[in-house]
Design a protein around this ligand. Structure first.
Ligand code: PGA
Ligand code: ZN
Length: 428
């Protein structure tokens, strides 16, 4: 049973306060968790509690920390830590709002994750195996690795937020990370030759070159893959996170590609993406349209049907929004960020709902991350098939890659690897 909760303010990778928490169990077993935080957040996400006022320019989380050790601790103390659904329901009940805005989704997630880690510790099991369904084998995910950044993560030099490599030819997670590393090095070499300062990196460790256009980032990444001696499309393919909500002007109903001085309708933006797909081996497009542009998401999904269409701000790890997407044919894959919804059980439910609808699942870090690596274990245990963590450098990113490398090494021959088959639309 949960006997004690302890919480404190920690810093995330942007130097912004975040909630850290420890859950201690009466019979032995303890778990700590630090929660991440986004920058290009969706409107429909669960709500992070921020203090306002003077401390940390208003970004402090002392009230959320007080909620962990106050009302939330009162709600979960004495409960059986192995009943994760019960713990998460108690957290929701104590908060009383659907978006966890009363006590804070940051406070809620810290307890939820610390609890599952404490329960795994008490059971003497690694977290990935503790969170797995009975009889489910661990599965290492296909990584999507950030190489070039734009948008809200890189001072908006270009509009599209992430240009990532997907090591589709690799036959293990360990090999996939080597491929991603080579692409990073190759892309940096080409960028440097073109006169860019490659020491400048964005929030997730991607290159933050002030490129002239969105398409030029694709050209640079493709050149980087070739410079690495890899076969474009077969060894290494491309994914992008358009994060279109960030440059959608709701009043005009237009998408503003500020870096190119262009304003596009939904149809025109989808056409633009279609032309990129014709010229580059793009296998996944995230947030191709804005978070509430539902009808155009449906038509866009059929226009771009050959690639994975991933909903991040569209679904915000919310079952009701995912179900709406499944019913209307919007997107064919879901990005899962546990802090968008606030509890482990809710995030797990979204993964299961997506899997039964044959939507691919990509577990994702946030742009503001920490040294905590729980995300890696969830990907393996829940068999999400894909993971997105940022670049291959910066410790808050490598914490997750390193945990996955460790799990694959420890499992040895027993390690299953999802590989490119995890991408939607799945031919199998
Ligand atoms: P965020 O970015 O964490 O700033 O929301 C990540 C993403 O958009 O996928
Ligand atoms: Zn995104």
């Amino acid at each position: 049973d949960i006997s004690e909760l302890f919480a404190w303010e920690a810093l995330d990778s942007r130097g912004t306060p975040t909630v850290a928490c420890e859950v201690v169990l009466a019979g032995g077993g303890r778990g700590t968790a630090i929660v991440p935080s986004g920058a290009s957040t969706g409107t429909h996400e669960a709500v992070e509690l921020r203090d306002g006022g003077e401390r940390y320019g208003g970004r402090g989380v002392s009230a959320a920390v007080a909620n962990v050790v106050g009302p939330l601790a009162d709600a979960v103390r004495g409960r059986d830590a192995t009943g994760q659904a019960d713990i998460d329901a108690a957290i929701r009940w104590a908060d009383g709002t659907a978006d966890l805005s009363a006590l804070g989704a940051n406070a809620a997630l810290a307890i939820s994750i610390a609890n599952v880690k404490a329960a795994a510790d008490a059971a003497g099991e690694p977290l990935y195996s503790y969170v797995a369904e009975a009889g489910a084998e661990p599965l290492l995910p296909l990584p999507m690795v950030n190489i070039i950044s734009g948008g809200a993560h890189a001072g908006r030099a270009i509009d599209v937020q992430d240009f990532l490599v997907v090591p589709v030819g690799a036959s293990s997670f360990t090999e996939a990370i080597d491929v991603a590393w080579r692409v990073r090095r190759g892309t940096a070499a080409v960028a440097e030759e073109r006169g860019y300062n490659v020491a400048l990196v964005a929030d997730e460790g991607g290159l933050a070159a002030p490129l002239p256009s969105n398409r030029s980032a694709l050209e640079l990444l493709a050149a980087g893959i070739e410079r690495a001696g890899l076969q474009l499309g077969t060894d290494a393919a491309i994914a992008i996170d358009v994060a279109a909500t960030e440059f959608y002007n709701a009043e005009k109903g237009r998408y503003e590609l500020a870096s190119e001085g262009r304003e596009l309708t939904s149809d025109e933006l989808v056409e633009e993406l279609r032309s990129w797909c014709a010229d580059f081996p793009i296998v996944s497009i995230e947030d191709v349209l804005a978070e509430d542009d539902w009808d155009n998401w449906t038509t866009g999904t059929s226009t771009l049907a050959k690639v994975q269409l991933l909903g991040d701000d569209l679904f915000v790890t919310n079952s009701a929004r995912l179900n709406r997407g499944i019913e209307t044919g919007a997107a064919n894959a879901v990005l899962v960020k546990p802090n968008q919804v606030g509890t482990l059980s809710d995030a797990c439910e979204v993964v299961r709902a997506a899997q039964s609808a044959r939507y691919a699942t990509v577990l994702s870090a946030r742009s503001g991350e920490t040294e905590d690596s729980w995300l890696a274990d969830l990907a393996v245990g829940w068999r999400t098939g894909q993971i997105k963590v940022g670049s291959t450098m910066r410790s808050e990113r490598t914490a997750k890659w390193n945990r996955l490398l460790e799990i694959e090494a420890r499992l040895g021959a027993r390690a299953g690897y999802a590989g490119a088959a995890a991408l939607s639309p799945n031919p199998g």
